[in-house]
Design a protein around this ligand. Structure first.
Ligand code: DHB
Length: 370
């Protein structure tokens, strides 16, 4: 009888493989939320059932099926990469289970199932800001370099649209393989196009490898500025990137340096609970995803009907460590502030993404245009 009373959340994440940092951050964020806010709703305990999909879509699909059929989870959550989220979407639809996407960030994902609610971000949502900033700050010619899969394509497309509309010119568009990326030949082609700036997207966990190669190829010395989405100056890795990262301007929805009291408390608690690991945007996606799940359960009085839970999440608004957020009731995607940030060495000697401008209540621009 006790087992039946538990509310189960199946958390599917890459805990091993090249995106293991995403799994580590999202899980730690989700657990911190429950530690701080309590893991019971109406006397029932919320249990996290964590499964490693190794970053492989076939595994995500199989694990999602097992969690629904065998473990009888009430909610599916996690999803570290776009192909993994897309592989699980039909299972959420069939099983009528809420699917809370805490990490993956291609615009289209929320349209792949009416049971998806997203607490991460979309690449078009965070790319618009840096493209506008570049055009308004003396950058006339830019090259783009992105990882060659859906979120990278979203980023490159948005960058080109917005930068061009604001008077800029894209002189080279480069896409680097997701698996074992060697940035060197692409950086050479970017340098050959002689842009004022290079716009970059790589997924979380790949920023250091990119930054090392950017430094080695001498693009900065050739006068090419690095601009990016915050996935590149990822808080998980930033402090290890060294002086090459200083001055990089990016736009993103979360910085560990966000100066709100909510975020300062979040960062302190997260580091204390995780051996000093700095939270990144993935951690906040997990933290806010658990918020959406727990508050939805409170609204339904603990009822776990999938449709009722999704309805309860639509229009939900709260103060996240990243700033104010809401779930768009039309699209089930997150609406949030996007910040412009510059990498600086703080008084503590560490590197931080320091926010210097903000755009409130940004919706995913792709769906907003439909
Ligand atoms: C995706 C993964 C990431 O690690 C990231 O930073 C952005 C997008 C994705 O696969 O959707």
């Amino acid at each position: 009888a006790m087992a039946e009373e538990t509310i189960k959340v199946g958390l599917i994440l890459p805990m091993t493989g090249p995106s293991a940092s995403t799994g580590r951050q999202v899980e730690a964020g989700a657990r911190l939320y429950l530690d701080q806010h309590g893991d019971t709703v109406g006397g029932r305990k919320i249990e996290l059932v964590v499964r490693d999909d190794t970053g492989t879509a076939d595994v995500t699909k199989r694990v999602a099926q097992e969690l629904v059929v065998r473990d009888k989870v009430d909610v599916l959550a996690g999803f570290g990469l776009t192909p993994l989220a897309l592989a699980a979407a039909p299972i959420a639809t069939q099983a009528k289970k809420p699917m809370v996407v805490m990490a993956a960030a291609t615009s289209i994902i929320t349209e792949s199932s009416p049971f998806i609610v997203r607490t991460s971000f979309t690449l078009p949502q965070v790319t618009t800001g840096i493209a506008q900033w570049a055009a308004e700050n003396g950058i006339k010619k830019a090259a783009s370099l992105v990882t060659d899969y859906a979120p990278g394509i979203d980023a490159a497309k948005t960058f080109k649209e917005v930068f061009t509309k604001n008077g800029g010119e894209v002189v080279a568009e480069l896409a680097v393989p997701l698996k074992n990326p060697d940035f060197a030949p692409f950086l050479q082609r970017a340098a050959d196009a002689r842009p004022d700036a290079l716009f970059v997207f790589v997924p979380s966990g790949f920023g250091s490898v990119f930054m090392n190669q950017f430094k080695e190829r001498g693009l900065a010395q050739a006068g090419i500025r690095l601009i990016a989405t915050g996935d590149v100056t990822d808080d998980d890795l930033l402090n290890g990137m060294g002086d090459a990262a200083i001055g990089v301007v990016s736009s993103h929805h979360y910085s560990a340096a966000h100066p709100s009291p909510e975020n300062q408390a979040f960062v302190q608690a997260f580091e204390a609970a995780n051996g000093g690991m700095r939270p990144n945007f993935m951690a906040v996606g997990g933290y806010d995803g658990m918020h959406a799940i727990k508050v939805a359960l409170e609204k339904t009085g603990g009822a776990t009907d999938g449709k009722a839970l999704v309805e309860a999440m639509k229009g939900m608004a709260w103060e996240s460590p990243r700033g104010p957020v809401a779930i768009d009731p039309e699209t089930r995607d997150i609406v949030q502030t996007v910040y412009l940030r510059r990498v600086e060495r703080g008084a503590d000697g560490k590197l931080w993404n320091v926010e210097f401008a903000s755009m409130p209540a940004v919706k995913d621009p792709v769906k907003a245009a439909k």
